[in-house]
Design a protein around this ligand. Structure first.
Ligand code: ADP
Length: 353
């Protein structure tokens, strides 16, 4: 077992509900193991500036139920430079921090790798509503965001039903359509549009017109923000093609806030505790994942390459250091994930009427 005098915890990149529950779990798990915890404010920016506070158990009281992040988040381009990294390492040394748990997305993990390579043991935790980290089935914040979407859309649906109306709703998710696809199914959307899969507009409109003939009065269209520039023009086209009054709504950041769901609080607690366990086992440069309902971990470099493979963005040389068997395993992982996504998408249309 590795001995740590002190570890740091930070949140970086876009915030997500459940980040506070994660900070709490990391802090309490470390303290329970006799390791001190430095709460680092504003992500890597705060790390470079030495903006931090030594936490005790009470510093993380009464936060498990709160959205946002009490450590705040900031983006810091300077951290990516050699000077920025050197400043961060110096601050770690001065403050006796020899391990860090970094909660965020892929940018945050890249920063964690850079720190790991310079001798600070780092564990990344996936905290993003977008669920766009390929290595994990669930990221912290995703479940809450989806629950918020369905609450909002159910309300819109009530008024659509009263007035025989359609609402086109754009939901967050960056380039990933997970929120759109799953909430689309959960709200009984007539149409779901994601950037990952082709959308047959004529067929979808035809199905809407048929169901209208059968007496359907409310029409919900969920569009992923990854389908850039699609939702608003489509609202107009939909109204013209169907003759149905059609409104547009962008839920945007409203789904980034709010009290985390049960699932996110439990996931945050499991992942936060696991991050501390991994550090104590002497591990570094890993991201904690949830795969097939189990908490596990993956090398950050591998997770980033897997992510690029899944998104069709592999760079030259990415796979050079992996064996054929490893590469095949990664390809199978991505193929399974794509197939599951496609199956859900097809299901959403099958039952949409
Ligand atoms: P997310 O973690 O949600 O993907 P960002 O991409 O904004 O969010 O990354 C968060 C922070 O992580 C950045 O502001 C920067 O400080 C750090 N970071 C991002 N990319 C890198 C990189 N390639 N190397 C080192 N640090 C990085």
């Amino acid at each position: 077992m590795k001995t740590f005098e002190r570890i740091g915890v930070l949140t970086s990149g876009g915030d997500a509900p459940g980040m506070n529950a994660t900070i709490r779990a990391v802090t309490r798990a470390a303290l329970a193991n006799g390791v001190e915890v430095m709460g680092i404010y504003e992500g890597y920016k705060g790390l470079m500036e030495g903006n931090m506070k030594l936490f005790d158990e009470r510093d993380v009281s009464n936060i498990i139920n709160h959205g946002g992040t009490m450590l705040y988040s900031a983006r810091s381009p300077e951290f990516k430079t050699e000077e920025g990294m050197a400043r961060a390492i110096k601050v770690c040394e001065e403050n006796h921090i020899n391990g860090i748990v970094a909660i965020g997305g892929d940018g945050t993990f890249r920063g964690a790798t850079d720190l790991s390579n310079r001798g600070i043991a780092c564990i990344g935790l996936p905290g993003t509503i977008d669920n766009d980290i390929t290595a994990t089935d669930y990221s912290i914040g995703y479940d809450t965001a989806m629950n918020t979407v369905i609450e909002m859309v159910d309300r819109l649906r009530d008024t659509c039903e009263s007035h025989l109306r359609c609402n086109v709703i754009e939901v967050m998710g960056r380039n990933a359509g997970y929120i759109a696809l799953n909430t689309g199914i959960a709200v009984g959307a007539s149409i779901v549009v994601v950037s990952e899969l082709p959308f047959d507009e004529d067929k979808a409109i035809e199905a809407v017109l048929e169901s209208k003939k059968e007496g359907k009065r409310n029409f919900i269209v969920i569009v992923s923000e990854g389908a850039e520039g699609f939702a608003e023009p489509f609202t107009k086209r939909f109204a013209e093609k169907t003759g149905i009054e059609t409104k547009f709504a962008r839920l945007a950041h409203v789904v980034r806030g709010g009290s985390p769901s049960l699932r996110d609080r439990v996931l945050a607690t499991e992942m936060g505790t696991e991050a501390v366990n991994l550090l104590l086992e002497g591990k570094s440069n890993l991201v904690v994942c949830n795969h097939d309902n189990k908490i596990c971990s993956m090398d950050i470099d591998r997770a980033l390459i897997l992510d690029r493979m899944y998104k069709g963005k592999l760079k030259e040389g990415d796979l050079d250091s992996y064996s054929e068997e490893d590469v095949q395993q990664m390809r199978d992982f991505c193929a399974k994930k794509s197939a599951e996504f496609k199956k859900l998408y097809e299901m959403s249309y099958l039952i949409s009427r």
